[in-house]
Design a protein around this ligand. Sequence first.
Ligand SMILES: *Cc1c(COP(=O)(O)O)cnc(C)c1O
Length: 401
Amino acid sequence: MPRPDLLKRLAIQTAERAEAKLLRRLRTLDNADGPWLDVGNGRLLSFCSNDYLGLAQHPQLVAALTRAARQGGVGSTSAHLICGHRTEHAELEEALAVWTGRERALLFSTGYMANLGVLQAVLARGDICVQDKLNHACLLDGAKLSGAELKRYPHADVAAAARQLATRPDAAALLATDGVFSMDGDVAPLRELAALCARDRASLLVDDAHGLGVLGEHGAGSVNAADLSQHEVPLLMATLGKALGCMGAFVAGPAALIDGLIQFARPYIYTTAMPPALAAAALESVQLAQTEDWRREKLAALIARFRHGAAELGLPLAASFSAIQPLLLGSADAALAAAQALERLGLLVSAIRPPTVPSGQARLRITLSATHEEAHVDRLLDALETLHLSVPQRAAPGDHV
Ligand SMILES: *Cc1c(COP(=O)(O)O)cnc(C)c1O
Protein backbone atom coordinates (compact mmCIF):
# COMPACT_ATOMS: atom_id res chain seq x y z
CA MET A 1 0.00 0.00 0.00
CA PRO A 2 1.38 3.42 -0.93
CA ARG A 3 1.37 6.00 1.82
CA PRO A 4 -2.00 7.89 1.83
CA ASP A 5 -1.93 11.54 0.88
CA LEU A 6 -3.30 13.67 3.71
CA LEU A 7 -4.66 16.50 1.61
CA LYS A 8 -6.39 14.13 -0.81
CA ARG A 9 -8.03 12.39 2.12
CA LEU A 10 -9.18 15.71 3.50
CA ALA A 11 -10.60 16.70 0.13
CA ILE A 12 -12.55 13.44 0.03
CA GLN A 13 -13.97 14.09 3.48
CA THR A 14 -15.02 17.58 2.42
CA ALA A 15 -16.66 16.18 -0.71
CA GLU A 16 -18.53 13.64 1.42
CA ARG A 17 -19.80 16.39 3.64
CA ALA A 18 -20.98 18.34 0.60
CA GLU A 19 -22.67 15.18 -0.68
CA ALA A 20 -24.51 14.89 2.65
CA LYS A 21 -25.55 18.56 2.23
CA LEU A 22 -23.77 19.39 5.48
CA LEU A 23 -21.10 21.67 4.08
CA ARG A 24 -20.32 24.69 6.25
CA ARG A 25 -20.00 27.92 4.32
CA LEU A 26 -18.08 31.06 5.12
CA ARG A 27 -19.90 34.33 4.56
CA THR A 28 -18.11 37.65 4.33
CA LEU A 29 -20.06 40.57 5.70
CA ASP A 30 -19.27 44.10 4.58
CA ASN A 31 -20.38 45.82 7.74
CA ALA A 32 -22.46 45.50 10.88
CA ASP A 33 -24.73 48.15 12.32
CA GLY A 34 -26.51 46.87 15.41
CA PRO A 35 -28.54 43.87 14.27
CA TRP A 36 -28.23 44.92 10.62
CA LEU A 37 -25.61 43.30 8.41
CA ASP A 38 -24.52 44.59 5.02
CA VAL A 39 -23.96 41.75 2.60
CA GLY A 40 -23.21 42.41 -1.06
CA ASN A 41 -25.85 44.91 -2.10
CA GLY A 42 -28.41 44.03 0.53
CA ARG A 43 -29.05 44.29 4.25
CA LEU A 44 -30.02 41.45 6.50
CA LEU A 45 -31.59 41.64 9.93
CA SER A 46 -29.52 39.27 12.02
CA PHE A 47 -30.74 36.87 14.66
CA CYS A 48 -27.46 34.98 15.02
CA SER A 49 -25.01 37.07 16.94
CA ASN A 50 -24.07 36.41 20.56
CA ASP A 51 -23.96 40.14 21.30
CA TYR A 52 -26.82 39.66 23.75
CA LEU A 53 -26.52 43.02 25.50
CA GLY A 54 -25.72 45.01 22.36
CA LEU A 55 -22.31 46.11 23.61
CA ALA A 56 -20.09 45.12 20.68
CA GLN A 57 -20.48 48.51 18.99
CA HIS A 58 -20.90 50.66 22.07
CA PRO A 59 -19.10 54.01 21.65
CA GLN A 60 -17.53 53.73 25.11
CA LEU A 61 -15.92 50.41 24.17
CA VAL A 62 -14.64 51.87 20.94
CA ALA A 63 -13.31 54.92 22.82
CA ALA A 64 -11.56 52.76 25.43
CA LEU A 65 -10.02 50.60 22.71
CA THR A 66 -8.74 53.52 20.65
CA ARG A 67 -7.50 55.42 23.71
CA ALA A 68 -5.48 52.43 24.90
CA ALA A 69 -4.20 51.65 21.40
CA ARG A 70 -3.09 55.22 20.85
CA GLN A 71 -1.17 55.08 24.10
CA GLY A 72 0.23 51.56 24.06
CA GLY A 73 -0.13 50.25 20.52
CA VAL A 74 -1.95 47.23 19.20
CA GLY A 75 -0.05 44.08 20.04
CA SER A 76 0.87 42.91 23.53
CA THR A 77 4.15 41.75 21.91
CA SER A 78 4.51 38.56 23.95
CA ALA A 79 2.95 36.04 26.29
CA HIS A 80 1.65 37.18 29.69
CA LEU A 81 4.62 35.59 31.48
CA ILE A 82 7.24 37.35 29.35
CA CYS A 83 6.34 41.01 28.83
CA GLY A 84 2.76 40.89 27.57
CA HIS A 85 0.88 41.48 30.82
CA ARG A 86 -0.11 45.11 31.28
CA THR A 87 -2.17 47.19 33.67
CA GLU A 88 -5.20 46.85 31.37
CA HIS A 89 -5.12 43.04 31.79
CA ALA A 90 -4.63 43.24 35.54
CA GLU A 91 -7.51 45.69 35.96
CA LEU A 92 -9.81 43.56 33.86
CA GLU A 93 -8.94 40.43 35.85
CA GLU A 94 -9.68 42.25 39.08
CA ALA A 95 -13.05 43.52 37.78
CA LEU A 96 -14.04 40.04 36.55
CA ALA A 97 -13.17 38.46 39.90
CA VAL A 98 -15.24 41.04 41.78
CA TRP A 99 -18.20 40.71 39.37
CA THR A 100 -18.33 36.93 39.60
CA GLY A 101 -17.64 36.87 43.35
CA ARG A 102 -14.41 34.92 42.96
CA GLU A 103 -11.07 35.43 44.64
CA ARG A 104 -9.15 35.87 41.41
CA ALA A 105 -9.48 35.63 37.64
CA LEU A 106 -7.05 34.85 34.83
CA LEU A 107 -7.43 36.00 31.23
CA PHE A 108 -7.09 33.69 28.25
CA SER A 109 -7.01 34.73 24.60
CA THR A 110 -10.18 32.80 23.74
CA GLY A 111 -12.76 30.67 25.50
CA TYR A 112 -11.59 27.67 23.55
CA MET A 113 -8.13 28.09 24.97
CA ALA A 114 -9.42 28.77 28.48
CA ASN A 115 -11.22 25.44 28.54
CA LEU A 116 -8.28 23.57 27.03
CA GLY A 117 -6.02 25.25 29.58
CA VAL A 118 -8.03 24.66 32.70
CA LEU A 119 -8.84 21.02 31.91
CA GLN A 120 -5.29 20.21 30.86
CA ALA A 121 -3.90 21.89 33.99
CA VAL A 122 -6.15 20.34 36.62
CA LEU A 123 -6.69 16.86 35.17
CA ALA A 124 -4.20 14.07 34.63
CA ARG A 125 -4.17 10.55 33.27
CA GLY A 126 -6.01 8.28 35.70
CA ASP A 127 -8.56 10.97 36.65
CA ILE A 128 -12.17 11.00 35.53
CA CYS A 129 -13.94 13.89 33.78
CA VAL A 130 -17.73 13.72 33.68
CA GLN A 131 -19.48 16.02 31.22
CA ASP A 132 -22.93 16.81 29.88
CA LYS A 133 -23.32 15.37 26.37
CA LEU A 134 -24.29 18.77 25.02
CA ASN A 135 -21.28 20.62 26.43
CA HIS A 136 -19.39 22.94 24.10
CA ALA A 137 -16.84 21.22 21.86
CA CYS A 138 -13.87 22.81 23.62
CA LEU A 139 -14.78 21.26 26.97
CA LEU A 140 -14.72 17.85 25.32
CA ASP A 141 -11.45 18.65 23.56
CA GLY A 142 -9.93 19.85 26.83
CA ALA A 143 -10.79 16.59 28.53
CA LYS A 144 -9.22 14.64 25.66
CA LEU A 145 -6.09 16.77 25.87
CA SER A 146 -5.82 16.11 29.61
CA GLY A 147 -5.64 12.35 29.21
CA ALA A 148 -8.33 11.81 31.87
CA GLU A 149 -11.10 9.29 31.29
CA LEU A 150 -14.00 11.20 29.70
CA LYS A 151 -17.57 10.12 30.40
CA ARG A 152 -20.54 11.98 28.95
CA TYR A 153 -23.93 11.84 30.62
CA PRO A 154 -27.27 12.42 28.85
CA HIS A 155 -28.21 16.10 28.78
CA ALA A 156 -28.91 17.53 32.26
CA ASP A 157 -29.28 14.04 33.75
CA VAL A 158 -27.86 14.46 37.26
CA ALA A 159 -28.58 10.86 38.26
CA ALA A 160 -26.60 9.62 35.25
CA ALA A 161 -23.74 11.94 36.18
CA ALA A 162 -23.81 10.45 39.69
CA ARG A 163 -23.63 6.92 38.27
CA GLN A 164 -20.66 7.87 36.11
CA LEU A 165 -18.82 9.40 39.05
CA ALA A 166 -19.57 6.27 41.07
CA THR A 167 -17.76 4.08 38.52
CA ARG A 168 -14.46 5.55 39.73
CA PRO A 169 -14.88 6.39 43.44
CA ASP A 170 -11.13 6.54 44.06
CA ALA A 171 -10.17 8.71 41.11
CA ALA A 172 -9.79 12.49 41.24
CA ALA A 173 -12.88 13.80 39.46
CA LEU A 174 -14.02 16.91 37.62
CA LEU A 175 -17.61 17.49 36.52
CA ALA A 176 -17.88 20.06 33.73
CA THR A 177 -21.03 21.65 32.35
CA ASP A 178 -22.11 24.60 30.26
CA GLY A 179 -24.07 27.06 32.44
CA VAL A 180 -26.36 27.95 29.53
CA PHE A 181 -26.19 25.43 26.68
CA SER A 182 -25.00 27.10 23.52
CA MET A 183 -27.27 25.36 21.02
CA ASP A 184 -30.28 24.75 23.28
CA GLY A 185 -30.40 27.83 25.48
CA ASP A 186 -31.45 25.95 28.60
CA VAL A 187 -29.68 26.31 31.94
CA ALA A 188 -27.86 23.38 33.54
CA PRO A 189 -29.24 21.98 36.82
CA LEU A 190 -26.42 23.75 38.63
CA ARG A 191 -27.63 23.40 42.21
CA GLU A 192 -28.18 19.65 41.83
CA LEU A 193 -24.82 19.21 40.14
CA ALA A 194 -23.11 21.21 42.89
CA ALA A 195 -24.77 19.04 45.55
CA LEU A 196 -23.63 15.91 43.72
CA CYS A 197 -20.07 17.22 43.47
CA ALA A 198 -20.02 18.11 47.18
CA ARG A 199 -21.30 14.65 48.10
CA ASP A 200 -18.92 12.78 45.79
CA ARG A 201 -15.89 15.02 46.30
CA ALA A 202 -15.73 16.02 42.65
CA SER A 203 -14.76 19.53 41.51
CA LEU A 204 -17.35 21.44 39.49
CA LEU A 205 -16.45 23.50 36.43
CA VAL A 206 -19.11 25.74 34.89
CA ASP A 207 -18.60 27.27 31.44
CA ASP A 208 -20.74 30.39 31.55
CA ALA A 209 -20.03 31.70 28.05
CA HIS A 210 -23.74 32.39 27.46
CA GLY A 211 -24.75 33.21 31.03
CA LEU A 212 -22.33 35.97 31.99
CA GLY A 213 -23.90 39.37 31.43
CA VAL A 214 -27.33 37.88 30.84
CA LEU A 215 -28.29 35.92 33.97
CA GLY A 216 -27.83 36.59 37.66
CA GLU A 217 -27.78 39.75 39.68
CA HIS A 218 -26.32 42.60 37.59
CA GLY A 219 -25.43 40.00 34.99
CA ALA A 220 -23.03 38.03 37.21
CA GLY A 221 -24.03 34.84 35.40
CA SER A 222 -25.76 31.50 35.80
CA VAL A 223 -23.67 30.50 38.83
CA ASN A 224 -24.69 33.68 40.61
CA ALA A 225 -28.33 33.09 39.56
CA ALA A 226 -28.11 29.63 41.16
CA ASP A 227 -26.63 31.27 44.27
CA LEU A 228 -23.54 29.06 44.23
CA SER A 229 -20.38 30.17 45.99
CA GLN A 230 -16.77 29.78 44.95
CA HIS A 231 -16.63 26.85 47.34
CA GLU A 232 -19.44 25.08 45.46
CA VAL A 233 -18.23 26.04 41.97
CA PRO A 234 -14.46 26.35 42.34
CA LEU A 235 -13.84 26.50 38.58
CA LEU A 236 -15.77 29.17 36.69
CA MET A 237 -15.01 29.97 33.08
CA ALA A 238 -16.68 32.59 30.89
CA THR A 239 -15.93 34.47 27.71
CA LEU A 240 -15.68 38.11 26.72
CA GLY A 241 -16.81 37.51 23.14
CA LYS A 242 -20.51 37.03 23.73
CA ALA A 243 -22.59 39.31 25.98
CA LEU A 244 -19.53 41.50 26.56
CA GLY A 245 -19.10 42.11 22.84
CA CYS A 246 -15.30 41.81 22.84
CA MET A 247 -13.08 38.74 22.59
CA GLY A 248 -11.14 36.62 25.04
CA ALA A 249 -12.10 34.68 28.14
CA PHE A 250 -11.22 34.05 31.74
CA VAL A 251 -11.17 31.45 34.46
CA ALA A 252 -12.15 32.61 37.95
CA GLY A 253 -11.80 30.86 41.28
CA PRO A 254 -9.61 30.45 44.35
CA ALA A 255 -6.11 31.91 44.33
CA ALA A 256 -4.64 28.40 44.37
CA LEU A 257 -6.41 27.60 41.09
CA ILE A 258 -5.18 30.76 39.39
CA ASP A 259 -1.62 30.27 40.68
CA GLY A 260 -1.68 26.71 39.34
CA LEU A 261 -3.02 27.77 35.94
CA ILE A 262 -0.22 30.30 35.56
CA GLN A 263 2.25 27.45 36.13
CA PHE A 264 0.62 24.62 34.20
CA ALA A 265 -2.02 25.79 31.69
CA ARG A 266 -0.13 25.49 28.42
CA PRO A 267 -2.73 27.45 26.36
CA TYR A 268 -2.11 30.30 28.82
CA ILE A 269 1.67 30.10 28.94
CA TYR A 270 2.56 29.55 25.31
CA THR A 271 0.48 32.16 23.56
CA THR A 272 0.51 35.89 22.98
CA ALA A 273 -1.48 37.90 25.50
CA MET A 274 -4.62 39.58 24.17
CA PRO A 275 -4.06 43.17 23.02
CA PRO A 276 -4.12 45.48 26.07
CA ALA A 277 -6.49 47.81 24.20
CA LEU A 278 -8.95 44.94 23.94
CA ALA A 279 -8.66 44.39 27.69
CA ALA A 280 -9.40 48.10 28.17
CA ALA A 281 -12.50 47.78 25.99
CA ALA A 282 -13.59 44.65 27.87
CA LEU A 283 -13.23 46.47 31.20
CA GLU A 284 -15.51 49.20 29.88
CA SER A 285 -17.92 46.50 28.77
CA VAL A 286 -17.91 44.80 32.18
CA GLN A 287 -18.80 48.11 33.80
CA LEU A 288 -21.66 48.74 31.35
CA ALA A 289 -22.93 45.17 31.65
CA GLN A 290 -22.93 45.40 35.43
CA THR A 291 -24.61 48.76 35.75
CA GLU A 292 -27.03 48.92 32.82
CA ASP A 293 -29.73 46.55 33.99
CA TRP A 294 -32.05 47.98 31.34
CA ARG A 295 -30.19 45.92 28.73
CA ARG A 296 -31.15 42.69 30.49
CA GLU A 297 -34.69 43.94 31.01
CA LYS A 298 -35.06 44.83 27.35
CA LEU A 299 -33.63 41.47 26.30
CA ALA A 300 -36.01 39.65 28.66
CA ALA A 301 -38.97 41.53 27.18
CA LEU A 302 -37.88 40.62 23.63
CA ILE A 303 -37.45 36.96 24.63
CA ALA A 304 -40.94 36.92 26.16
CA ARG A 305 -42.40 38.58 23.06
CA PHE A 306 -40.74 36.06 20.78
CA ARG A 307 -41.81 33.06 22.85
CA HIS A 308 -45.37 34.29 23.14
CA GLY A 309 -45.64 34.88 19.39
CA ALA A 310 -43.93 31.64 18.48
CA ALA A 311 -46.21 29.66 20.80
CA GLU A 312 -49.25 31.28 19.17
CA LEU A 313 -47.96 30.19 15.77
CA GLY A 314 -47.39 26.65 17.05
CA LEU A 315 -43.68 26.82 16.27
CA PRO A 316 -41.44 24.05 17.71
CA LEU A 317 -40.03 26.16 20.57
CA ALA A 318 -37.47 24.70 22.95
CA ALA A 319 -37.66 24.94 26.73
CA SER A 320 -35.31 27.92 26.80
CA PHE A 321 -35.78 31.21 28.56
CA SER A 322 -32.40 32.61 27.56
CA ALA A 323 -31.42 34.74 24.57
CA ILE A 324 -30.88 31.50 22.63
CA GLN A 325 -34.22 30.40 21.20
CA PRO A 326 -33.83 27.35 19.00
CA LEU A 327 -36.62 26.10 16.76
CA LEU A 328 -36.17 22.36 16.48
CA LEU A 329 -36.83 21.24 12.94
CA GLY A 330 -35.32 17.76 12.94
CA SER A 331 -33.69 17.16 9.58
CA ALA A 332 -30.68 19.09 8.35
CA ASP A 333 -32.51 19.73 5.07
CA ALA A 334 -35.48 21.29 6.83
CA ALA A 335 -33.26 23.56 8.89
CA LEU A 336 -31.25 24.66 5.86
CA ALA A 337 -34.35 25.26 3.76
CA ALA A 338 -35.89 27.35 6.53
CA ALA A 339 -32.74 29.44 6.93
CA GLN A 340 -32.59 30.03 3.17
CA ALA A 341 -36.25 31.01 3.02
CA LEU A 342 -35.73 33.48 5.88
CA GLU A 343 -32.75 34.96 4.09
CA ARG A 344 -34.87 35.59 1.03
CA LEU A 345 -37.11 37.57 3.37
CA GLY A 346 -34.13 39.61 4.57
CA LEU A 347 -33.47 37.76 7.83
CA LEU A 348 -30.29 36.01 8.84
CA VAL A 349 -30.82 33.01 11.12
CA SER A 350 -28.34 30.19 11.33
CA ALA A 351 -29.23 26.58 10.58
CA ILE A 352 -27.39 24.41 13.07
CA ARG A 353 -26.84 20.91 11.77
CA PRO A 354 -24.92 17.77 12.68
CA PRO A 355 -22.23 17.30 13.79
CA THR A 356 -22.71 20.48 15.87
CA VAL A 357 -25.96 19.00 17.19
CA PRO A 358 -27.03 15.33 17.31
CA SER A 359 -28.40 13.93 14.08
CA GLY A 360 -32.16 14.38 13.77
CA GLN A 361 -31.97 17.52 15.92
CA ALA A 362 -31.09 20.17 13.37
CA ARG A 363 -32.54 23.52 14.21
CA LEU A 364 -32.73 27.22 13.57
CA ARG A 365 -30.70 28.89 16.30
CA ILE A 366 -32.36 32.24 16.86
CA THR A 367 -30.58 34.63 19.18
CA LEU A 368 -32.02 37.85 20.51
CA SER A 369 -30.11 40.93 21.55
CA ALA A 370 -30.76 44.20 23.32
CA THR A 371 -30.03 45.81 19.93
CA HIS A 372 -33.29 44.36 18.59
CA GLU A 373 -36.55 46.26 18.78
CA GLU A 374 -40.03 44.79 19.19
CA ALA A 375 -40.69 45.45 15.51
CA HIS A 376 -37.69 43.26 14.61
CA VAL A 377 -39.06 40.36 16.62
CA ASP A 378 -42.46 40.82 15.02
CA ARG A 379 -40.89 40.80 11.58
CA LEU A 380 -39.13 37.53 12.42
CA LEU A 381 -42.40 36.00 13.65
CA ASP A 382 -44.23 37.14 10.50
CA ALA A 383 -41.54 35.55 8.37
CA LEU A 384 -41.60 32.32 10.36
CA GLU A 385 -45.38 32.16 9.96
CA THR A 386 -45.04 32.11 6.17
CA LEU A 387 -42.72 29.07 6.36
CA HIS A 388 -45.33 26.74 7.85
CA LEU A 389 -42.75 24.93 9.92
CA SER A 390 -43.91 21.62 11.27
CA VAL A 391 -42.95 19.95 14.51
CA PRO A 392 -40.39 17.24 13.70
CA GLN A 393 -40.67 13.57 14.36
CA ARG A 394 -38.84 12.61 17.52
CA ALA A 395 -35.23 11.64 16.90
CA ALA A 396 -34.63 7.93 17.25
CA PRO A 397 -33.03 6.87 20.54
CA GLY A 398 -29.32 6.39 20.19
CA ASP A 399 -29.17 9.17 17.62
CA HIS A 400 -26.93 11.26 19.84
CA VAL A 401 -23.39 11.83 18.61
C1 LIG B 1 -18.30 30.27 22.45
C2 LIG B 1 -18.08 29.28 23.52
C3 LIG B 1 -16.80 28.93 23.92
C4 LIG B 1 -15.58 29.40 23.19
O1 LIG B 1 -15.33 30.73 23.44
P1 LIG B 1 -14.47 31.57 22.39
O2 LIG B 1 -14.02 32.74 23.15
O3 LIG B 1 -15.40 31.89 21.27
O4 LIG B 1 -13.34 30.70 21.96
C5 LIG B 1 -16.67 28.09 24.99
N1 LIG B 1 -17.74 27.57 25.61
C6 LIG B 1 -18.99 27.86 25.24
C7 LIG B 1 -20.14 27.24 25.96
C8 LIG B 1 -19.20 28.72 24.17
O5 LIG B 1 -20.43 28.99 23.76
